[in-house]
Write a protein that binds this ligand. Structure first.
Ligand code: 4AD
Ligand code: MG
Length: 432
């Protein structure tokens, strides 16, 4: 036989000769029989080698196969209800490609050990499934924005200023000067809407948040959009449609992966079918008081605790609008009808997954931006390039940012955001 096919293709073929390659996922043997579960990126399949069916040389070689040995197998596939994926390959020929001595990952190892061996743990069925869903999510984000005629646009990662608060910005030496890692693409994205009008990106963002939580990474992938001439309602519509599209694509493409992750797809369906509730911050405080007996003083930001209680009351994400000015970023537009709040919103994920999206209509008034910057102890001179956009044909506009790992974490039902990315970066770990 000339060419190999994937395990999934072989299963779809159902019978006849097949040539496969992959890694030994499990193995057990006796004097006359060796069972190998072969794994490739597409699936797993049970293969059997009978001593009497092959030459002595092949049999001797096959005895060396251990977990994660890479192999090429030729044989005949047939249905077998007892096999893990319902099919079995009776081996005619087997070739070892790369031996594997003492694979360190066995059952029931600690989280720390698995994090140390992350480069090998990626091969687990859990991580493989998450990474496949992650790929769908990235594709769905591109599909959504391109279908709405957005241009893909890129801001620099090396930035001259902070944008989301000085306490969480990474500062680096830069040829005798200081520079910051991007917390958001936003300040260099807003200038580009005057050229392109509708833009989006998916890029890494960095946050020097010391707290170790199930929701925070120091490096995460940020899907951001910015749109000219938009208004606050249209912005909410975009965020809702984007989330619906992502979940819909995952439900179309990744039911098998969700099953491997023990994630019930029914929990995701309301998000596709139902309209997301939209409440103001002030209404949320009333709801929390009435339905969760939780009192929050007006003006305080919603904490994890409050977001989690709120999410328990709904089976879809919730859009919370019009937060107090004091808890939000300097660029958010003050509500023309109530100066105490901003035209910003957070989209809170279901099941306690927290803020998935942060958004706002942008302040157009240069003076107000300067005032906000000064209140935060920033020097407006550093933001002159940004303020310039307000002086030269300013327009109503807005945008949002989605934490892609937060989205994946919720879709997959993960215990921690760290598993939503191949090599997570946290305050405690940047290796491997
Ligand atoms: O709410 P944030 O800080 O908003 C911005 O950065 C805006 N400039 C976005 C924009 O309007 N273009 O961050 C946006 C999202 C959050 O809702 C959250 O999902 C995610 O980024 N995020 C994090 N994800 C993982 N780890 C962290 N440390 C995160 N910090 C924020
Ligand atoms: Mg936010």
């Amino acid at each position: 036989m000339e060419s190999t096919i994937s395990i999934q293709k072989a299963i779809e073929q159902k019978s006849g000769k097949v040539k496969l390659r992959g890694w030994c996922y499990r193995e057990r043997g006796s004097n006359n029989l060796i069972f190998i579960v072969l794994r490739d990126s597409s699936n797993i399949i049970q293969c059997v080698l009978e001593k009497k069916a092959v030459s002595e040389e092949i049999w001797k070689d096959a005895k060396k196969i251990k977990i994660e040995t890479s192999l090429e197998i030729e044989g005949t596939i047939k249905e077998d209800a007892r096999a893990p994926t319902g099919f079995e390959v009776l081996i005619d020929d087997i070739k070892i490609i790369g031996l594997c001595e003492n694979y360190p990952i066995q059952k029931d190892l600690s989280k720390e050990f698995l994090a140390d061996k992350r480069h090998l743990w990626l091969r687990s069925r859990k991580m493989t499934s998450i990474l496949k869903i992650r790929s769908t999510v990235f594709g769905a984000i591109h599909n959504y924005f391109r279908s709405k005629d957005f241009y893909e646009y890129h801001s620099p990662i090396f930035q001259p200023t902070q944008a989301e608060g000085g306490s969480s910005v990474f500062e680096l030496p830069y040829f005798g000067k200081k520079i910051y890692l991007a917390q958001t693409w936003q300040l260099q994205a807003e200038p580009a809407i005057f050229a392109l009008e509708r833009i989006y990106t998916i890029a890494p963002s960095f946050r020097a948040e010391k707290s170790v939580t199930s929701r925070h990474l120091t490096e995460y992938w940020h899907a951001e959009m910015e749109e000219a001439w938009t208004n606050f309602n249209e912005l909410q519509d975009h965020s809702e449609a984007l989330v619906k599209n992502i979940v819909k694509e995952v439900l179309e493409k990744n039911l098998e992966e969700l099953k491997i992750l023990n994630r019930d797809p029914k929990l995701l369906e309301p998000t596709v079918k139902k309209k997301f509730p939209r409440l103001t911050y002030t209404e949320v405080l009333e709801v929390l008081d009435k339905k969760a007996n939780m009192k929050v003083k007006w003006g305080k930001d919603l904490r994890t605790k409050e977001e989690d209680e709120l999410s328990k009351l709904y089976d879809t994400p919730i859009i919370v609008t019009r937060y107090p000015k004091g808890v939000k970023a300097f660029y958010m537009k003050a509500d023309p009808e109530d100066d105490k709040v901003v035209l910003g919103f957070d989209l809170i994920g279901p099941e306690g997954y927290g803020e998935l999206i942060g958004a706002s209509q942008r302040e157009e008034d240069e003076k107000k931006i300067i005032e906000n910057l000064e209140k935060q102890g920033e020097d407006p001179k550093d933001y002159d390039f940004y303020l310039d956009t307000r002086r030269h044909g300013s327009i109503p506009h807005g945008g949002f940012g989605m934490g892609v790992e937060r989205m994946i974490s919720w879709i997959c039902g993960l215990e921690t955001i760290k598993d939503a990315i191949a090599f997570p970066r946290t305050p405690e770990r940047f290796h491997p």
